[in-house]
Design a protein around this ligand. Structure first.
Ligand code: ATP
Ligand code: MG
Length: 302
């Protein structure tokens, strides 16, 4: 098969891991920077130019879209879909999961427990917002944060106030959450491929830090999920309309609380810690879906 990884970083671990896994299965692998794609719609066949070159038709794409280029990425995925290419992530599911608030809204609406969260809108008095999520301390998050940058623990009203003011001045959209203290700086990351949990790890923040991001110096080890947690993770991924996702949750007094469902989970940490060939599983999933589509199309043509 001809498979393209949509990625701006050909040298990134996750991109390389997927390319390697594809080569091992005798696929023709390409890396396409979606920000360099020119999309042509209108009369005739939809086309994608890459610089001056017309891209060939791919059997499948595996989008690895960074947070800063999500909507552009979603448009490029839609164009590939118009060209009858299978995408490992649907564009609407990517957009929905990337917006932390929309993701939490959707999960909560479907009965999945998430940390109590409020949207912080400029001009609103702060104290009622803090009270609505159970009081101090609170976690303030930029909606577009990644790697824990833009995630702040505010233990006092004054800190919360000045952090929010500073972020809002920069035009950042914010949410505020109850602080799950009993998680003690640890969270769980579960990787799901084709509806199955394939790898899980616990990330633990370094001393004096509450954020368990590996980029913030956290450590990680293999951790197994309880059957309840596993079902919850699978349900969350399904609700978000994803087939490949990383789910992050906190273990709290009232059970697991889902923080995020990530449509482009990094593979380096989880493959390194668990030894699971997650990229290989993603490629197998893509192969299966492409074959199913081909089978369906040849049957409907008969
Ligand atoms: N409400 C909370 N209570 C306790 N700890 C939290 C809470 N929210 C986040 N954390 C800690 O902070 C870390 C970073 O938060 P979060 O995952 O929401 O942002 P991010 O890592 O910047 O975003 P992304 O996961 O999209 O890269 C989490 O992994 C978790 O350890
Ligand atoms: Mg995170």
């Amino acid at each position: 098969m001809k498979i393209a990884i949509l990625s701006r970083g050909p040298q990134l671990y996750s991109t390389q891991s997927l390319v390697r896994a594809g080569h091992q299965r005798q696929h023709e692998m390409h890396i396409v920077d979606h920000t360099r794609c020119t999309l042509v719609v209108g009369r005739g066949r939809p086309q994608i130019f890459y610089g001056e070159y017309l891209l060939p038709r791919f059997d499948a794409i595996i989008p690895r879209i960074g947070a800063s280029v999500t909507s552009q990425g979603a448009t490029v995925i839609s164009q590939f879909e118009m060209m009858d290419t299978f995408s490992a992530v649907r564009p609407d599911a990517l957009l929905q999961s990337r917006d932390k608030l929309r993701c939490l809204q959707k999960l909560a609406r479907c009965g999945i427990e998430v940390p109590r969260t409020v949207a912080v809108v400029p001009g609103q008095p702060l104290m009622p917002l803090i009270n609505s999520i159970g009081g101090l301390p609170v976690v303030i998050k930029m909606l577009e944060s990644t790697h824990g940058i833009g995630v702040i623990l505010a233990e006092s009203f004054r800190t919360a106030e000045s952090v929010i003011e500073a972020f809002q001045r920069k035009g950042e959209r914010l949410i505020m959450q109850e602080f799950i203290e009993e998680a003690r700086g640890a969270d769980i990351r579960a990787l799901v491929v084709a509806g199955e949990v394939v790898a899980t790890m616990e990330r633990r923040a370094k001393p004096g830090e509450f954020r368990s991001n590996l980029h913030r110096g956290a450590s990680a080890e293999v951790e197994h999920l309880s059957p309840e947690e596993e079902n919850l993770v699978k349900k969350a991924v399904k609700l978000m309309g994803l087939d490949v996702a990383g789910v992050d949750f906190l273990r709290s007094k009232r059970g697991p609380l889902i923080m995020e469902v990530n449509a482009s989970p990094g593979l380096e940490g989880i493959e390194g810690i668990t030894g699971v060939d997650v990229a290989g599983k993603v490629i197998s999933f893509v192969e299966q879906r492409v074959r199913e589509r081909q089978h369906y199309q040849s049957n409907t043509r008969k």
